[in-house]
Design a protein around this ligand. Structure first.
Ligand code: IMP
Length: 433
């Protein structure tokens, strides 16, 4: 049995979907443990593009089990849409192939309305730029012990009571605070009743299934969403998502014991991007930023928003290594840097009179941070066809080495394009034991 966790090291959109997809070949179970359909994984297989928001990317392999752990929040309509799309693609998904934790919380209509109303109510400078999918309000209800869990939809009486109690409070907010119309009971309840028959075969205790899998010696891959700087505790708060995106949550968010995790792969894009609001110390607002944005196709997979771009940030990378316990880095989109005369990596920030080597806690401090860079010579060659590390231009290899020096972690995978084939897997976490 081998287990590996894959996490994003930056602000999400590092290309985790492709890395998960690749390592899935050697896994028996693929498990999501946090976030919801705010995530978006774009996969290109044989030239065809697939975007999933909720179902683990591993679903494209027919012989794998995909699990949605208790730490994920689920919009059932989105989940069913993805199941339907897979069926249309000729890949019907059975209850044995897709497992949904009975402990996972549901995103309902009132969470989405509240997410949008709260975002609209923020002043321009305070907007988070949420994906509007109801993520924050759903996690608030979970922690407030009033959430509706997947298993609850199997008990109609319980579901009715919970919806009624929640609506009383939410409708008060909608009408009295936000000037909106109230939601009716049926707007929330009826869709769930329509969906229950389709969802029921998938609902299980994921923790028990994973523990059995471990005892049977199966390989398990945990698929993180978003990235370390969007983590609710460790990210650039309040410009973060509402879950823990770090590797520790692979255990909490699925009910799997920490002592059984073997490795943590941090996915790191060769430069930095951020979608939504919040500080981005290495942001490039010049033509280099535009080049990275265009060449990298940097548009959000979930909202289609243009991603802000900047140089690679070693402070961010080191933070990610520390808080996740990263054992190997998967470097993505190295090909996008081709053609830059010089490439830069921030190694630390000058922050007012101090020099800092980890991300400051307060946004005002991060905004005051001036990155200090090292310059590395660029390369002009198109590297998207390179398949062996030794065949990369010397300058590109040097760039990889500098990342290893700055983070203290080896790069175990290099990706030079969106297709599965455009990947150099230098060390496979599933070969290590
Ligand atoms: P929320 O997760 O919808 O509440 O959004 C909070 C912040 O996280 C916003 O800045 C979003 O743009 C960002 N965010 C959420 N999910 C992702 C993701 O999968 N990739 C990149 N940014 C994300």
């Amino acid at each position: 049995m081998t287990t590996a966790v894959i996490v994003g090291t930056q602000w999400g959109d590092e290309g985790k979907g492709k890395i998960v997809d690749l390592l899935t070949r050697d896994a028996d179970f693929i498990v999501r443990f946090q976030g919801g359909n705010n995530a978006g994984h774009t996969l290109v297989v044989d030239g065809r593009k697939y975007i999933f928001h909720l179902i683990p990317s591993g679903i494209l392999y027919e012989d794998k089990v995909c699990a949605i752990g208790n730490g994920v929040i689920i919009d059932p309509a989105v989940l069913l849409e993805e199941i339907d799309r897979l069926r249309e693609m000729g890949r019907p998904v059975s209850g044995d192939q897709l497992l949904i934790s009975e402990h996972a919380h549901l995103i309902t209509a009132y969470h989405k309305v509240l997410d949008q109303a709260q975002e609209d109510g923020r002043s321009p400078k305070d907007k988070i730029g949420t994906t509007g999918r109801g993520i924050g309000p759903c996690y608030v209800d979970k922690v407030g012990r009033q959430g509706i869990r997947m298993g609850d939809i199997l008990d109609e009486g319980l579901l009715r009571d919970k919806i009624a109690a929640n609506l009383e409070e939410k409708n008060f907010l909608f009408t009295k605070k936000f000037g909106l119309s109230p939601l009716s009971f049926d707007e929330v309840f009826a869709p769930l009743m329509d969906q229950v028959e389709q969802l029921a075969p998938h609902i299980v205790n994921v923790s028990v299934v994973l523990d059995d899998a471990r005892k049977q010696g199966r390989n398990i891959l945990f698929e993180g969403a978003q990235g370390a700087q969007l983590d609710i505790d460790h990210g650039t708060y309040p410009y973060v998502t509402s879950s823990n995106t770090v590797a520790g949550n692979a255990c909490t968010g699925s009910g799997f014991g920490p002592a059984h995790i073997d490795s943590v792969i941090g996915v790191i894009k060769a430069y930095t991007t951020r979608v939504g609001a919040g500080p981005l110390p290495t942001e490039l607002t010049d033509e280099v930023g535009d080049q990275l944005q265009e060449k990298g196709g940097e548009f959000g997979a979930t909202t289609g928003r243009r991603r802000r771009c900047g140089w690679l940030d070693g402070v961010v990378a080191r933070d990610a290594v520390r808080i996740n316990g990263i054992t190997g880095l998967a470097l993505t989109k190295l090909d996008v840097l081709s053609g830059q005369k010089t490439v830069r990596i921030a190694t630390r920030y000058k922050c007012r009179d101090a020099v800092v080597t980890s991300m400051p806690a307060r946004v005002s401090e991060i905004e005051a941070a001036q990155p200090e860079y090292i310059d590395v010579p660029g390369w002009s060659e198109d590297i998207s066809g390179v398949r062996a590390f030794a065949d990369l231009p010397r300058a590109a290899r040097e760039y990889v080495r500098r990342i290893e020096e700055i983070t203290g972690v080896e790069v175990t995978l290099v990706s030079v394009g969106p297709d599965r084939a455009q990947t150099m897997l230098l060390k496979n976490p599933f070969d290590e034991k």
